[in-house]
Write a protein that binds this ligand. Sequence first.
Ligand code: 11C
Length: 329
Amino acid sequence: MKVAVVGATGMVGEVMLQVLAERNFPVTELIPVASEKSVGKEITWKGNTYKVVGLATAVEMKPEIALFSAGGDTSKEWAPRFAAAGTTVIDNSSAWRMDITKKLVVPEINASVLTKEDKIIANPNCSTIQMVMALAPLHQKYGINRIVVSTYQSITGTGVKAVQQLENEYKGIQGDMAYKYPIHRNAIPQCDVFEENGYTKEEMKLVRETQKILGNDAIQVTATAIRIPVVGGHSEAVNVEFTKDFDVNEVRNLLHHTPGVTVQDNLDTYTYPMPIYAEGKDDVFVGRIRRDESQPNTLNMWIVADNLRKGAATNTIQIAEYLVANSLV
Ligand code: 11C
């Protein structure tokens, strides 16, 4: 496969290159792509050196697959151009996720919706991916009525400027601010911009993307997204009300047998998911699984994942793997 990585010099792009190498994705030619200011820069991948090219050059090179992580505006403009040249685009931005003509895919849940005709495929938001990974098998068995989720999100979701802000604050250096407030020793109740209803875009992604991936707009979701000074991954406290009742041990067992999910739930040994353990891993970690004693058929759990891996790069590459394995590209 001739594979373009669009946004190759960015935070997610770098992880994409790493995951492509780790998983031995069948790359015959790698095309690292970035904005004009990075064109000509050299990157090393699997021991070889590659020159970064611009978007127009990359389209002309007609890759079979383009993995995009270069922001919504770039995706809106350039994904259709790649698609018109015959390339299948897997896009990590929010540009196409809610477009009814585009598929929004978490391979373990709904890869079977993909066909050869899908030339632009959307990768969900990181906080949505980790939540639906744990919820999908439970939804199948017990049927979800309503989800109440609070997130505790890594600064890496904002990007390199936020990581730099935290580093500067540790060292007491004045520098550019990614956030309106200090992030060191803080919790900021705003991830992304506010929408008209008073929720942030991040919170509304958790609502809309969850309904689209689980294929049911009747599932009620309400979210609060918080930025915390953590780098290893996003954490989520999820309260979920089902139509049918469940047995907590059966829930644990179901999740234990779900590919891509690891249960870390042993109170005797103080075992539960945390970003310091999830960092650099592809699985979604679930723990603190317990019945909500305040109302019927309701469960509480704690879900943690590396937002740059399963939340972004790994999920994108798993979609590409599915396309290759099923001759859809
Ligand atoms: C965050 N979830 O942590 C965001 C980053 O729609 O792909 C990814 C934004 C997106 O701020």
